[in-house]
Design a protein around this ligand. Structure first.
Ligand SMILES: [Zn+2]
Length: 79
C-alpha cells in the first residue's frame, strides 16, 4: 500500500492517481531517502580532512619561510 502525500489515503501499489483526491501518487523509495545524520557526519568528516590538510600545508609554508630566513641570515653573517 502507498499512502497519498496529499490526503494520506491508502492507495494500491499500481495506482497512478489517488482514488480519494485524484492527485498523482508519488512513490518515494525508502532506500533512497537520504539519511541526514549520516550526511552531516560525512560532511563533518570531510571538513576535518580539509582542516588537517590545510594545517599541514601551513606547517610546510612556515617551514619554508624559516628555512629561507635562516639562509638569508646565514648569508649576511658569513659575508
Ligand atoms: Zn489522495
Amino acid at each position: 500500500m502507498i499512502t497519498c502525500v496529499y490526503c494520506c489515503h491508502e492507495c494500491s501499489e499500481d495506482a497512478q492517481i489517488c482514488p480519494n483526491c485524484g492527485k498523482p501518487i508519488f512513490r518515494i523509495p525508502v532506500d533512497d531517502t537520504p539519511d541526514y545524520n549520516k550526511l552531516a557526519e560525512a560532511l563533518r568528516r570531510d571538513n576535518d580532512i580539509n582542516q588537517a590538510e590545510l594545517s599541514q600545508k601551513q606547517v610546510i609554508h612556515i617551514a619554508c619561510i624559516v628555512l629561507l630566513l635562516t639562509l638569508v641570515v646565514y648569508s649576511i653573517f658569513t659575508r
